[in-house]
Design a binder for this molecule. Structure first.
Ligand code: HEM
Length: 584
């Protein structure tokens, strides 16, 4: 045979081998999908669920409700399903053969089971693998997704910086950043224009996190381009775009987003921008810490959370890389969530202009602020009182923010109960030689019996939206915004542990919860007596307790309450469109 004939034969052989290998691979994949689908159909049949299609499981009837084109968070779809199933403590959502099976939890007791340590899972159930969709945003070594001893080391390293004692040394920073927020609101009040509260709120939380975490002030609030950070190649642009590029898990399957070839390229690009800028900042922090270890910290010059975490460690490349991942995680986990909390607080304040109940709430808040800060200096005096930095005033600020604002704290807790910005998703590993112990959960089954049901192989979503508004726990007014409930000792003694979990609970609870609470308190003290809020668009004016679940298809009543959509965390649908006025 000629040389060219032989090479043609070789190419044919190679091609055939590829085709055969490809066919084998696809057959194995298909076999696995069929096997998993078949197993899931039989394995979890005792768990309450919607009727299942023999092939498409819950994809069809869940898909209608989770429809990604609907402008609403999956929590509302879960609520519809939960209601239709007679409000069981947990129910199944089986997305085989396209995805896995999920257990949706609506009961505080089951939520406690998955978030507290157990004999099998020392630090509680592992986080769901669906969180990996965010790995470019938060880094592969993020505290949010790390497991086992690796997680423990990271958590211990950063706990110091987020402890109340250390955070109170940084109160003055939070207060000065909130002053910028107030000035911006005053400008907006002067202009009379409608604006999206999300923008100033996110800029505020960004400024706070970057200054307390890495001592870097990007001036997101005070400079239009945040010293370059809001430019096309800036850190804040990268962080916010990466958040938008994460595939929205739990919103049904959208092939145009899932298979979009540009999405991974863009994500990779912005990840590089993000990583490069933060690596520079981390190295700066290491150098500062090294130079100043001898220097005694004064009450105003304090160490950032990162410096405290890195103190005494060898500054090698691995440490820089890991620390970059943690700062990315703080920016992601603390920026939108706290900004969302601020937006909902102002939304609840906005109701005072038309609702006597809300006006009474604002009156109680104002009375508390008058009594703590006095009236001298006008309605914006709170930040002046809190911002004094001499030692005695600093102690006073710590005491005020610690325990002298009970009604303000109740207002924040009630906001987080009614409008929780985040949640947890876990996974129960399937049975295998490494995981030989079956995991069971006691739940109401389809037959109505309470029984231990095996949950291995399931992903678990703890739906705070359902747990926080369960009438069996919170009473018939569970859906009413009523901060007073938190101050009613008799009522609160009936609320079981774990029924309020906006920051989740157990070892994997939110490391930044103290910081978020302090930020929220400072913001409320700064805005309540000086501003009046006017919600534009969805206002809540015609909301009734039984108005039901938002449709999200553009046909909702404009006078109903604004609701959440899913942008990795749960954020208000319309960016919280508002006008703000100076109180007369
Ligand atoms: C209102 C504000 C906030 C809410 C509602 C909130 C809520 C949560 C929730 C529900 C979790 C558990 C997530 C999971 O299990 O996957 C969590 C974890 C976490 N949060 Fe927050 N968070 C807030 C603010 C913050 C802030 C300000 C920071 C940091 C600057 C932060 C950093 C983190 C981190 C690093 C974790 C992972 C902790 C771990 O797994 O050890 N959060 N947060």
């Amino acid at each position: 045979m000629s040389e060219s004939g032989r090479s043609l034969l070789d190419s044919k052989r190679i091609l055939t081998a590829f085709v055969v290998l490809g066919a084998v691979y696809l057959s194995i994949k298909l076999f696995r999908i069929i096997k998993n689908t078949y197993q899931a159909r039989h394995r979890y049949q005792e768990i309450p669920q919607l009727p299942r299609h023999p092939v498409w499981g819950h994809l069809v009837n869940m898909g209608e409700k989770l429809n990604p084109t609907l402008q609403r968070h999956p929590d509302y779809a879960f609520e519809e399903i939960w209601n239709s199933l007679g409000k069981p403590p947990a129910f199944l959502m089986d997305l085989h053969p396209v995805d896995g099976a999920f257990l949706i939890i609506a009961d505080h007791g089951l939520a406690e089971e998955i978030s507290q340590p157990s004999a099998t899972f020392k630090y509680s159930l592992p986080k769901s693998d669906t969180l990996m969709a965010m790995y470019r945003l938060i880094g592969l070594e993020s505290l949010i997704i790390a497991e086992g001893e690796e997680w423990k080391v990271l958590r211990r390293r950063f706990n110091k910086g987020f402890s109340p004692q250390h955070l109170h040394t940084l109160d003055w920073l939070i207060i000065s950043k909130t002053q910028d927020f107030v000035e911006r609101l005053k400008e907006l009040a002067k202009s009379g224009e409608a604006f999206l509260l999300k923008d100033p709120a996110q800029d505020l939380t960004t400024d706070i996190i970057t200054t307390v975490a890495i001592e870097k002030d990007y001036h997101a609030q005070t400079l239009p381009d945040g010293i370059g950070s809001k430019g096309s190649l800036g850190l804040l642009t990268a962080s916010r775009l990466l958040s938008k590029l994460v595939y929205p898990v739990g919103r049904g399957f959208d092939p145009f987003v899932y298979f979009n070839p540009i999405r991974p390229v863009k994500s990779w690009f912005y990840e590089q921008v993000f990583n490069r800028e933060l690596a520079v900042r981390v190295r700066e922090q290491i150098a500062l810490e090294k130079n100043q270890t001898e220097e005694k910290a004064t009450s105003t010059l304090q160490r950032s959370i990162t410096r405290l975490a890195l103190s005494g460690l060898d500054p090698d490349t691995a440490l820089v890389r890991s620390t970059v991942a943690q700062i990315k995680s703080f920016l992601f986990a603390g920026q939108d969530t706290t900004a969302t909390l601020i937006q909902w607080m102002c939304f609840e304040l906005s109701k005072a202009s038309w609702s006597p109940a809300a006006a009474a709430i604002v009156k109680s808040l104002s009375a508390e602020h008058d009594s703590v800060f006095g009236v001298e200096g006008g309605p914006f005096n709170a930040l002046d009182v809190l911002g004094n930095t001499d030692e005695a005033s600093r102690k006073e600020t710590e005491a005020i923010l610690g325990n002298r604002l009970p009604y303000t704290t109740a207002f924040i807790k009630e906001t987080l109960r009614r409008h929780p910005p985040a949640a947890t998703a876990r996974r129960v590993p399937d049975l295998s030689p490494e995981n030989p112990t079956p995991v069971t959960m006691r739940m109401r089954t389809v037959s109505g019996e309470e029984r231990d049901v095996e949950v291995n192989g399931l992903r678990i979503y703890s739906a705070q939206h359902l747990i926080h508004q369960h009438e069996d726990i919170w009473g018939p007014d569970a859906r009413v915004f009523r901060p007073e409930r938190w101050l009613d000792e008799k009522y609160m003694s009936t609320i079981p542990t774990g029924a309020w979990r906006p920051f989740e609970r157990g070892p994997r609870n939110c490391i930044g919860q103290e910081l978020a609470m302090v930020e929220a308190k400072v913001v409320l003290c700064a805005v309540v007596r000086g501003f009046e809020w006017e919600k534009i668009g969805y206002s809540g004016k015609s909301q009734t307790v039984d108005m039901g679940i938002p449709r999200g298809d553009g046909k909702d009543d404009l006078e109903r309450e604004v609701w959440h959509i899913n942008q990795v965390t749960s954020v208000p649908l319309d960016g919280m469109k508002m006008k703000v006025h100076l109180k007369r």
